[in-house]
Write a protein that binds this ligand. Sequence first.
Ligand code: PMV
Length: 353
Amino acid sequence: MKKSCFFYRKKKYSLVQNGVITKKSPSNIALIKYWGKQKNKIQIPSNSSISYSLEKVYTETRLIYHLREKKKRSIKIFFSGKENTSFLPKILEFFHRISLYCSYLRDFNFVIETKNTFPHSSGIASSASSMSALALCIMEIEKKLVSSLEEDFFLRKASFLARFGSGSACRSIYPGLVVWGGHKSIKGSNNLYAIPYPYKIHPIFTKMGDTILVIDEYPKKILSSKGHQLMIHNPYAKERFKCANKNMDRLISILKMGDLQEFGELIEHEALTLHAMIMTSHPYFLWMKPNTLHVLYKVWDFRKQSKKNIYFTLDAGANVHLLYPIQEIVSIRKWIYSDLFSYCKKIIESFCQ
Ligand code: PMV
């Protein structure tokens, strides 16, 4: 589907003067990471990525809209019940980018009330869940304007819009495994919006446990938008993009065959490669904290001794996601609480599905 399919330019607001829309959208954790954007393009990834959407880790957004009478536009944001002006520049930029595709946005004033079930800006993808929730709310307005709007198009355009707020947000529109970025082996994959993973998945991967160890609750010092930019001059970037695309081919076969060990090795390698990219950028940066490393070594030791299938992945931050098959949930969670709790500020239990 081309970019031009997403334009909405008609003016017809007799039915929608004002209203309230509420939407929930999950965070996601990438197995193959998106890190680096194509130069001089808006939010186009340098490689394809795939993530699991997370159950229980989500943003809930209430969008209140009023047809604008005065010239001046007003957008207010409330985060967990309190007005928050620090998110405003990002939201204004988002509205600016997408108003080309949703011309009606210019004619409304908005109040955005949003809350997360997890700490924001701490490496748990809060921008993914919040931007995708907002994109879904906006598509509900469009649905009121176009009664014939089909569900497929609704989700595809929501993903297309969410991408302008945060690249990884476009994957949060769908549950389960979701792909964003064109890849020769994945039919329908493209750079403009995400698609549900279209191939066979072994039952072991249809639902996995994800325990998130919150090691650092405070906002990270380097924003992912800046990190993506640094990839432009990273000397290893080109190889990284090639490697990610090869890893995607490997993952397709792993997901089909149900090979857990291969899966674990692949996602840990991807996570460490993402961190290697920020460590080798100029300026360089280190997201991991000492407790992140303690946890990673503990996981490797435990796995060796117990032969349990527990693997880590990381996002752009210090926190650790531990992935394991739900069949092993009881013993693995018991071990996490007894051996890893002391390294964490908080533990969030979730599922990839
Ligand atoms: O969506 P952004 O622009 O915040 O980028 C985040 C990318 C990672 O979360 C680090 C990896 C990914 O693919 O989700």
